[in-house]
Design a protein around this ligand. Sequence first.
Ligand code: ACO
Length: 454
Amino acid sequence: MRKPKRTAKATATPAPKSAKAPDKKKINSVTLSYGGKTLELPVMHASEGPSVIDVRKLYAETGMFTYDPGFTSTASCDSKITYIDGDAGILRHRGYSIDELAFKSDFMETSYLLLEGELPNKKQKAKFVHDITMHTMLHEQILNVFRGFRRDSHPMAVMCGVVGALSAFYHDSTDINDPHQRMVASYRMIAKMPTIAALAYKYSLGQPFVYPRNELTYAENFLHMCFSVPAEEYKVNPILARAMDRIFILHADHEQNASTSTVRLAGSSEANPFACIAAGIASLWGPSHGGANEAALNMLQSIGTVENIKPFIDRAKDKNDHSKLMGFGHRVYKNYDPRATVMRKTCHEVLGVLGIKHDPLLQIAMELEKIALSDRYFIDRQLYPNVDFYSGIIERALGFPPSMFTVIFAVARTVGWVAQWNEMITDPGKKIGRPRQLYQGANERKYVPIAARK
Ligand code: ACO
């Protein structure tokens, strides 16, 4: 097997003071030296955060690609939607901090902000809420799609299937080159996702499907569709609906994470928007991403008592054991995830409203957090609680089983996926996503007929 020659080295002009915080305005290009030649690569500056080296001409000029599995150093696009400073623990949507949005805004307003780039005025907000609300129902025949699943299907399996199936029902909003159709498809998905999620839950319980009620807010309607039954009246607790709404805000977007990148990659081939969002849901499901909230709650349950925390932490640190501290660590945050701070506060509020004075799982979570944050292993690797550490405890208190946690994440993230998908489709420089590879396989060889093989 041929080993690649790794002789190229890059130098910045002028050299940055440190790799982490270069004086970005002064660096307009970097010079790559390779095999006795040099190549000047332009540097593009961000409005905030790290600049990027534009390597688009690299292959044409040098015959080499960059190598970056997991995209740890690669910007796949430019975007105006969300900004994260992982070292400082900052998350902002269109310039507004997640704390302000979580405590002062609501999910519909935040959705408008993500999609349109500005906070809506009263009239714009009323129209947006109206337009979303008008799309909450599903084509009646989609209910038959649900009935094709086993009752014990994981609701994320149902979500992947049903959202993908939307493209078979809404043919009038699959033309990605028509701005009106793109808008209708986007509104349909934001509006229908709570309905689909609630129906997946009802189906798993064997209870009748509950139709949306358009006089309710987005979060109230979701709780209503999940928890009401035709046999009796259901009153949504406004404080719990507010907590639900806040959970939606906290999950609404998170720049180029795995599921959003999946949506963009699927969309780059000009696939229809429903198919792209179904791809995002599939990517979100994994325990390293959105599936971590379910895994975190299962972990707390399996730990069971405060005495078992220490041995569990030892296992999470042991490289020969596949256990991880779920809800801890993040590719971007090397500090407390700002969403986790709000989630922790909301968790205490919700348990207070519900009169739950001592939730044993919350007690284990808080003790686990305390021990992990003072442990050298977690300190050295900058592992802090992420958004998924506390969300499961709140959602469980609201009445959801762990299998619904990632579904709730998908409901909320739909607006982020849709905003990012629209941004990509309208980017004049858009190209089909097509990463390259470092081939490490066999060199050319001759076909051997089966009778002649050993
Ligand atoms: N428990 C124990 N060790 C951990 C954890 C954890 N939760 N997370 C990372 N580490 C260790 C790794 O083993 C590695 O150790 P090493 O340097 O000795 O090899 C080091 O910390 C760096 O971790 P990586 O996996 O290289 O970091 P990466 O950025 O690739 O992964 C991820 C980030 C996937 C989130 C990881 O921290 C993880 O699996 N966490 C648990 C799952 C989770 O909570 N995911 C939700 C993320 S938030 C979201 O998607 C909404």
